[in-house]
Design a protein around this ligand. Structure first.
Ligand code: FES
Length: 132
């Protein structure tokens, strides 16, 4: 049943407080570590006054999107993967190549940035002892 799936999805996602917006806006991209491990890490971009979150490993072959160049193409902000130059829209994750990069909701609350993900996220790596 569709509504059951939506409820299940909503249960799996939760908000992580990443840090103060004033500090996070000082860099174009920061890597957020996922509690689930390296393959689930997320980039937090700050471009033109707005935060965006997307999977850190490129959907093509795992390139590090945090190291990619950002371009504004006719009002659409895109990150270009440093490995093979595929483009991904920061807002939607859609690529002109047909690939889809997973993006996540970001919100600002009381001066802090929050990202909604299936696992806790942090600017500091989770120690392996925390996972068990
Ligand atoms: S790994 Fe990103 S474009 Fe190939």
């Amino acid at each position: 049943m569709a509504s059951g799936n939506e409820e299940e999805t909503a249960r799996r996602y939760s908000w992580s407080r990443i840090g103060p917006a004033s500090e996070l806006s000082q860099k174009q991209c920061r890597l957020m570590f996922s509690f689930l491990g390296r393959e689930s890490d997320v980039c937090l971009f700050y471009v033109k006054g707005e935060f965006f979150a997307m999977d850190a490993r490129c959907a093509h072959s795992g390139g590090p999107l945090c190291d990619g160049d950002i371009e504004d193409t006719d009002g659409a902000l895109q990150v270009f993967c440093p490995w093979h130059d595929y483009d991904f829209n920061l807002r939607t994750g859609v690529s002109g190549t047909g690939l889809q990069q997973q993006v996540y909701e970001v919100k600002l609350e009381d001066g802090s940035v929050y990202v909604r993900h299936t696992s806790p996220l942090s600017l500091q790596p989770f120690s392996s002892g925390q996972k068990s």
